[in-house]
Each structure stands twice: as structure tokens, then as C-alpha cells.
Design a protein around this ligand. Structure first.
Ligand code: FAD
Length: 401
């Protein structure tokens, strides 16, 4: 069975965690989901102190952010992300209200600043008539040094296990390199005895980010093994100099290269990479607890265990969804990927942001009934609430919306 995560605008976040239920009234039977304390609540003002393009095509730009209050920044876990609340007042009527987007921290913790690296998202190739990505283009075109942005504290469950000595394999596809940069630098700095393999998959040198940094790190740290993999090398890309392999980062390549023994895998990339590599690793026999992943974009990941759990948590009989504030009761037909899509399709207004369980914008009180998540969301909702963007009902539900 194929499980599909449909995320319209952003990143589909799949974790190895099993399907997690949520119910209106937490009970002793409800699995405990640890709520990670955030470094600050709500948003904090950050000033952009520097911006740098990271690739020759200038499609990936790093933004360095220092807190306006001047206080030292708390550390974060390598792989976590920041959530931005953007006021796009001058970009047209459609964007008058704040929008919320998540961006991974792309460097190791520094008490003076954070760094995120943002790829410009164009309109889909087959729909050039659609507007280009709102947030990423706003960052590239409007956000300048000196500007102040509202930022929520680092969060997310996709982060390096920095206590483990097991060799680590980082696989970054395209802009999925960002959390890998943070993990890599933390690993090299904090665990100098730990072997780290970095596989960076991308089209060609035009879109290669952090090239000089990665090459310098690899030559300074013998325990780091850098493998750059181009799927479409450009005419002047030289094998051995610019890239080590032509093709894709796949199991065949990993099997050929990695030494025998256990490894911890961290994978972040576009849908095609996630849809093949993650299930392949599990089929190869890598224990699920050693496969960590986060997908940037819509992804369909074939995970036998999660598929079976999702199937067993699907309601056996038709269920109803009641939106108490809107006064509407509607039959859930299972056609929508989640309750946020369902609400929007029926004209029920709900806040939303990342559409992938990361930012918490769509957190809604679950007054009655139960929902399930295919995987544990990054944002931990308070008990008795749920995240509409990744939740599906498993019984009749009443939502405060
Ligand atoms: C945990 C997490 C970490 C992330 N880390 C990073 C990171 O480090 N770097 C990074 O660059 N991104 C990252 N992202 C992705 C980022 O959050 C945004 O999703 C991304 O920048 C796109 O947002 P946008 O507002 O630019 O595009 P959106 O406005 O959301 O548009 C997305 C796409 O939809 C198209 N579109 C517009 N209208 C329609 C329509 N009517 N129908 C169909 N399609 C339409 C747009 O043209 C565009 O191609 C991360 C996401 C998450 C959840």
C-alpha cells in the first residue's frame, strides 16, 4: 500500500515515528508525546545582519539573523527549524495577512545569530501561470540587511543524535542540504571521533550550495567523507573535481560505498528521493530507529509498518466532522488528505502555515472524537487539540473552528 502525504505548498514531513492518535480528552491510554519546551514562546524579533547567495545560480540565499533584544541565543538541536511569521503588506491583496513558513537552521548553534538558507520557489513547471512561491520570493526579493522579522523558537523532531558514536550518513537532496549542514558542522565540532558521510544530490554545479565550505571541511576532517552526486552534470562539470558520481543518491550507491557495520541515516530531500531511498533503507534491513527523514515537498513514502497502522486507524464506518464555530456538520468522505484541506474545501476558515505539522498555526481544539497522524508531527499540540493539516478523523469529531 502506498501512503501519500499531500502538502500543497510546503514540505511533507514524514518521520519514522508510528501513526500517532490524538483524542478530545487525553486519557491514560493515550500515548505520551513529550512536549519539547521551546526556547521562547510566541515570536521574537530578529534583525537580518547579513545575506549571502550560496550557489552560482543565486537561487539559494542564506539569511543571518540576530535577536533585536541583544540577548544570547539558546542552542538548538542540529536539524531543527525556525518558523517565520511574515507580514507581506506590500506584495498585493492576496498576501495582506501574515503567512507562516518553516526554514531549517543551516549552521551550528552560535549565541550571536541564527542562519537559514532559502531556495527561491518558482511556479510549477507545468503551470507557469500560477504565482511563484510567496515566502521564498519575498525573502529573495524583499528581505534586506537591517529588516526585522518575527521568528518562533527552534523546534522539530528531526535532529542528529549527538550522543551516539555510531557512524552517521547524511543525505541531502537539493535544498534538503540545509539541515545536513547543521548536523555536519555539529558532528565535526562536537564528535571529532565520529565518522560522518555526507551525500549531496543535486542536478549540477550551478545549483550546488556551500561548495567551498564543504570542500574545506572535508579536507580538514579525515573522518568526513563527502560525496557529491549530480543527476545532470553540465558540460563543464568535471568528474572527480566537481562531483564524485553521476546519477542519484540511491541504495545501490550507499551499498557500494559504505563499510560494513551499523550507521545512522538522516535523509532530507525532494519527493522522488524520499519515496525511493527511505523505503529502500528499511528493506535493506536498517533498523527503523536508525532511519530519520524529512521531505521537502509532497512525498509518497512506502513504509509497510506505517501503511498498516494507517489502514487500521481508518474509520470503518462513515464519520461526520462538526465545525462548532461555523455550525456546520459534514460527512468525511476520505477524499482529502487531511482535515485542513477538508475545512478549506467546505469554506470553513482555519489558520494555516506550513501545512506539514511543523508550525502549529492550524492547531485546533478537538472537542469530541479522535484523529490520527500518519507520523508524529513536528509541532506538539497541547492535549485536547490537534493539527488539522496532518490529521485525519478516526471517529465522529467536533472541532472548534
Ligand atoms: C520543517 C521544514 C523545514 C524547511 N526548511 C527549508 C529550508 O531550509 N530551505 C527552504 O528553502 N525551504 C524550506 N522549507 C520549505 C519552506 O517552508 C516553504 O515551503 C518553501 O519556501 C515554499 O514556500 P513559498 O511560500 O515560497 O511557496 P508557496 O507560496 O507555498 O508555493 C509553493 C508552490 O505552490 C505553487 N502554487 C501557488 N499557487 C498555487 C495553486 N493555486 N495551486 C497549485 N500550486 C500553487 C507555487 O508556484 C509554488 O511552486 C521547509 C519546510 C518545512 C516544513
Amino acid at each position: 500500500m502506498l501512503l501519500q502525504l499531500l502538502v500543497v505548498t510546503g514540505i511533507a514531513v514524514w518521520r519514522r515515528n508510528s501513526a500517532a492518535p490524538a483524542s478530545a480528552a487525553p486519557s491514560a491510554a493515550e500515548p505520551a508525546v513529550a512536549r519539547h519546551p521551546l526556547a521562547w514562546s510566541g515570536t521574537r524579533d530578529f534583525r537580518v545582519i547579513r545575506r549571502d547567495y550560496e550557489d552560482p545560480a543565486h537561487s539559494q540565499c542564506s539569511f543571518y539573523l540576530a535577536p533585536v533584544d541583544g540577548a544570547a541565543l539558546p542552542p538548538f538541536k542540529p536539524g531543527q527549524f525556525l518558523t517565520f511569521q511574515l507580514q507581506l503588506a506590500d506584495t498585493g491583496a492576496a498576501a495582506q495577512r501574515p503567512i507562516t513558513r518553516c526554514y531549517s537552521l543551516s549552521d551550528q548553534p552560535d549565541p550571536a545569530h541564527y542562519r537559514v538558507t532559502i531556495k527561491r520557489v518558482p511556479a510549477p513547471a507545468d503551470r507557469p501561470d500560477l504565482p511563484a512561491g510567496v515566502s521564498s520570493n519575498y525573502f529573495h526579493d524583499q528581505v534586506q540587511v537591517g529588516d526585522v522579522l518575527q521568528v518562533r523558537a527552534p523546534s522539530g523532531h528531526f535532529y542528529l543524535d549527538a550522543a551516539s558514536p555510531t557512524p552517521v550518513v547524511l543525505v541531502g537532496g537539493g535544498i534538503g542540504i540545509t539541515p545536513m549542514m547543521s548536523m555536519l558542522r555539529c558532528c565535526l565540532a562536537g564528535q571529532p571521533g565520529r565518522t560522518v558521510h555526507l551525500y549531496y544530490g543535486l542536478r549540477n554545479s550551478q545549483e550546488q550550495a556551500f561548495k567551498q565550505t564543504l570542500e574545506q571541511l572535508a579536507s580538514a576532517h579525515p573522518q568526513m567523507h563527502l560525496q557529491v552526486v549530480y543527476s545532470r552534470p553540465a558540460a563543464d562539470d568535471v568528474p572527480g573535481r566537481d562531483y564524485q558520481h553521476a546519477g542519484h543518491v540511491n541504495l545501490a550507491l550507499l551499498r557500494q560505498q559504505l563499510p560494513h557495520g551499523p550507521h545512522q541515516f538522516y535523509v532530507c530531500g525532494p519527493a522522488p528521493m524520499m519515496e525511493t531511498l527511505v523505503p529502500e533503507l528499511l528493506t535493506w534491513g536498517v533498523p527503523p530507529q536508525d532511519v530519520h527523514f524529512e521531505a521537502f515537498g509532497p512525498a509518497s513514502v512506502r513504509l509497510p509498518a506505517a501503511s498498516a497502522q494507517a489502514a487500521s486507524s481508518a474509520p470503518a464506518t462513515p464519520v461526520e466532522v462538526r465545525f462548532s464555530q461555523s455550525g456546520r456538520t459534514l460527512p468525511w468522505d476520505g477524499q482529502q488528505a487531511n482535515l485542513l484541506d477538508f475545512a478549506e474545501r467546505h469554506g470553513v476558515a482555519v489558520d494555516s502555515g506550513c501545512r506539514s505539522g511543523g508550525c502549529g498555526s492550524c492547531e485546533t481544539r478537538l472537542r469530541k472524537g479522535t484523529v490520527s497522524y500518519a507520523n508524529r508531527p513536528d509541532h506538539d499540540p497541547v492535549p485536547g487539540h490537534c493539527l488539522l493539516c496532518v490529521a485525519r478523523p478516526t471517529s465522529d469529531v467536533e472541532l472548534e473552528a
